[in-house]
Design a protein around this ligand. Structure first.
Ligand code: COA
Length: 347
């Protein structure tokens, strides 16, 4: 389906449309990595990891089998199209949230469009670290509501394992992250009760030094950080600072979004949150007095899967019938940048 045509004079007619989730899908790589596997590679223990993070296992790509950000993104979008009973040619645009593109050029989204057989539609990589998927949902909503597009695939895919060091030097980060992809398809609908209720997108570039991946030994290490060849192309994180930031920001941005929507925490059926640390998630759950079922946690099985984290949760929740049409659902994320944001929907 081609984008909505411009009316004479070149101005797009903004339609009165709702936006709905037409389908979801996800993909995990083939290689499970349990805490006990990591014990063999570095000085750590299953007990330490579970106590500090809630993670028991995660999956990482096996590159010898051709697994990568692109392959996971392709599989997840194929699954979402099947779920939506749509063909690749029905899509108008692809937004691929990733911070682990195959290369800096071309955008991985272009190869994704080609892999699934979507022809020459627009395809963009969105880089907002762990917030990429939530930011992209908000952007896709705006593009559909404006009348420019009718069917947009929003995909989150990351393979951060390529920037991790599975030994003692990287033990504070390699235990946290896993690889995955998740996809959803947003479509215009005549039912105007469906769509975005409220949203937030924030960043604080002053805090970039708390979570970064240096590309160059000479230029990318901030003052006070010891530069070395071993750290180049490896995740650098101030875990304690990020933890503190996350606990406060997470609750703050949820409250701001509820206030903007004129809702209470209980009015939202499900909180689909970025999985960074089980302690951060349970702190938010306690802060809003939510029962266990209303803020989903799967970090124990998959770790922190960066931009794939939120759509992977959504796919699991949809498949198990816990998220369905008619509900109010809030998506929440934070991450490198530093960035944080929400997307609150009437499904
Ligand atoms: N196994 C065992 N010990 C480890 C370890 C590991 N895998 N990683 C670090 N340690 C050690 C540290 O070296 C330190 O030892 P020291 O006291 O002798 O120096 C000790 O454990 C405590 O380290 P610290 O970093 O203070 O632990 P912590 O309680 O803050 O937990 C994190 C570390 C990373 C789990 C935690 O800070 C966290 O989750 N932060 C948020 C990270 C995040 O969410 N990032 C993604 C954002 S999208």
């Amino acid at each position: 389906m081609s984008p909505v045509p411009a009316i004479p004079g070149g101005i797009v007619q903004p339609p009165s449309v709702g936006v709905r989730f037409a389908g979801v899908g996800s993909a995990l790589p083939s290689k499970p990595v349990k805490n006990t596997d990591l014990e063999k590679l570095m000085d750590t223990s299953d007990e330490w990891i579970v106590q500090r993070t809630g993670i028991h296992s995660r999956y990482v790509v096996d590159r010898s089998r051709g697994e990568s950000t692109l392959s996971l993104a392709t599989q997840s979008l194929d699954n979402a199209l099947t779920d939506a009973h749509m063909k690749p040619g029905d899509l108008d645009l692809i937004l691929l949230a990733t911070m682990t593109a195959e290369m800096s050029c071309p955008p991985t989204a272009c190869r994704l469009a080609s892999e699934i057989g979507a022809g020459t539609i627009g395809a963009i990589d969105v880089t907002a670290a762990c917030c990429g998927f939530v930011y992209s949902l908000n952007m896709a909503y705006g593009l559909i509501r404006s009348g420019l597009y009718r069917s947009i695939a929003v995909v989150g895919a990351d393979t951060l394992s390529k920037y991790l060091q599975y030994d003692n030097s990287g033990r504070s980060t390699s235990i946290l992250f896993g690889d995955a992809a998740g996809a959803t398809i947003l479509r215009a609908t005549d039912d105007t009760s469906k769509g975005l209720i409220a949203q937030a997108m924030h960043s604080d570039g002053n805090r970039w030094v708390d979570l970064y991946i240096p590309e160059s030994l000479e230029h990318d290490f901030p003052d006070g950080h010891e530069a070395s060849d071993e750290k180049v192309q490896r995740v650098q994180m101030n875990g304690r600072a990020v933890f503190k930031f996350a606990v406060g920001t997470f609750s703050g941005v949820i409250q701001q979004t509820l206030d903007d929507a004129g809702l209470h925490a209980d009015d939202v059926d499900m909180y689909v949150c970025h999985q960074s640390n089980a302690r951060i998630l349970t702190a938010a759950r306690d802060r809003f007095g939510l029962d266990q079922d209303r803020l989903y946690i799967n970090i124990d099985r998959v770790g922190n899967t960066v931009a794939a984290s939120v759509p992977l949760c959504l796919d699991e929740l949809t498949k198990s019938g816990r998220v369905k049409e008619g509900q109010r659902v809030m998506f929440v994320a934070f991450g490198g940048g530093l960035t944080w944001g929400t997307s609150l929907w009437q499904l």
